[in-house]
Ligand binder design. Structure first.
Ligand SMILES: *Cc1c(COP(=O)(O)O)cnc(C)c1O
Length: 428
């Protein structure tokens, strides 16, 4: 059995050396994997509990068309999200086109001219720069007279409490906290640390809205930012909570009044959440959310495996192979464009779809440098599926995420190492 497995890997292009080093790394991950499974078990129950509480029935799986009035499947799904994340309310819609859109709706629905937005955790995700207007952009918050302030993390990754205190002023209406590191080499914030930051800010100004960009963080821990004081959490359904099945979508969950504001912005003043047909997506939204805890666990196992493997080979990895995880993203710094490219080509070659596609760097809208992306996904651009991307700029780090199954994640990582070995970037 073991021998034939090794043979099958070989037939798929994984050499004996690469396979062997992979196995030795996995041998050391037993405890880590058990811990990940434990969290998945907790979150699986949390989702089922919310589905049962809301009496999800077969009738909820059929979708509306047209205006989408009285779409009970949609409304019930939103209640399931709200109960799972322990929020008063949630908006979960296919008309939210992606994570950036969800964040743009969440921000622009709360902020009015003259208000100020504060990021106390440094620069936000690249695409948010144009939403906010950090980089001039048509339709940005800046164009509508919303100002922006940012406090960077200290060099040791801690919050700069002193500067944050100075930056919260009478105009500060909303504080945006990004949980995941995005295209940066800072640490991802744990839910606990997010809670500490929110408490500090609410102490200075109790009525400020604390919003968390929860992209890539859902179900990684047993608690979410909404459990530690976040007024709004926002994310994409083609990441963790869609479980790989949602073909599009985003969510905004939190306090009722803020979610309601978001609904009026997403559709129209006066209409809000009453409209919005679901056009056949509900079965994949429900089933994807049901699968999300275990899919997230597979992605985490793949990430931990990559961390341990590349750390062993002498590359800088973040998080490292032993520290606790707060999102599914793994970065590996190669220090050269060739390293980033070889890694991504390995991930592409391991894909179930488009495995023979040749991936190369391109100018992607919303990003300020060339980016290479590897994805052989069932849902285009889905990054809960095994995928890797990296901006072609120093320090030449690749960001790897996903894997609907751990077995696929493993193949992808082994293939990436194979490409690095074949191109001579990495010696075994
Ligand atoms: C992915 C991501 C976004 C943007 O989501 P898109 O779906 O790519 O628009 C925003 N913030 C973070 C932290 C992300 O990881």
């Amino acid at each position: 059995m073991e021998n034939s497995l090794e043979l099958l890997y070989e037939q798929m292009g994984i050499s004996k050396e690469v396979y062997t080093i992979g196995e030795s790394v996995i041998d050391g991950l037993t405890d880590r994997f058990a811990q990940i499974d434990r969290i998945a078990e907790y979150n699986q129950l949390k989702v089922i509990k919310a589905m049962q509480k809301n009496n999800v029935g077969a009738g909820h799986l059929s979708s509306s068309t047209g205006y989408g009035y009285d779409d009970s499947g949609r409304d019930t799904l939103e209640a399931v999200y709200a109960d799972t994340f322990h929020t008063e309310s949630a908006l979960v819609r296919p008309s939210i086109t992606c994570g950036t859109h969800a964040l743009a709706v969440a921000l622009s629905s709360q902020l009015r001219p003259g208000d100020e937005l504060l990021s106390p955790v440094g620069k936000p995700y690249d695409t948010l720069e144009e939403v906010i207007g950090i980089r001039p952009s048509k339709g940005s918050l800046a164009e509508y007279g919303v100002t922006y302030r940012q406090v960077d993390l200290l060099s040791d990754g801690e919050f700069d409490y002193e500067e944050i205190k100075k930056s919260v002023n009478e105009k500060t209406k909303l504080v945006t906290i990004q949980r995941s590191k995005g295209y940066q080499t800072r640490k991802t914030l744990s839910v606990k640390r997010i809670g500490e930051l929110i408490s500090f800010i609410k102490n200075i100004k109790p009525d400020v809205i604390c919003m968390v960009d929860n992209c890539y963080g859902e179900f990684v821990e047993t608690i979410e930012p909404s459990d530690v004081g976040a007024d709004l959490i926002v994310g994409s359904l083609i990441k963790n909570p869609g479980g790989g099945l949602a073909p599009i979508g985003g969510y905004i969950a939190g306090k009722e009044k803020y979610v309601e504001n978001a609904a009026y912005r997403l559709t129209s003043p006066g209409l809000g959440r009453e409209v919005g047909a679901t056009l056949g997506v509900l079965p994949s939204f429900y089933q994807g959310f049901f699968l999300a805890p275990t899919v997230t666990a597979s992605a985490l196992k793949s990430a931990v495996f990559a961390a341990r493997l590349y750390e062993l080979l002498g590359f800088y990895v973040l998080p490292n192979g032993r520290e606790s995880r707060h999102d599914i993203i793994q970065s590996v710094t190669f220090g050269s464009p060739e390293g980033v490219i070889a890694f991504c080509q390995g991930i592409q070659a391991a894909a179930p779809v488009d495995s023979s596609a040749y991936c190369e760097p391109w100018n992607m809208p919303g990003y300020d440098s060339k980016v290479i992306m590897a994805a052989g996904a069932f849902v285009s651009g889905s990054s809960i599926e095994l995928s890797a991307d990296g901006p072609i700029k120093p320090p030449y780090a690749v960001y790897f995420q996903g894997g609907l199954t751990w077995q696929h994640g493993k193949l992808g990582i082994l293939m990436s190492l194979q490409k690095l070995k074949d191109t001579g970037i990495c010696k075994l």
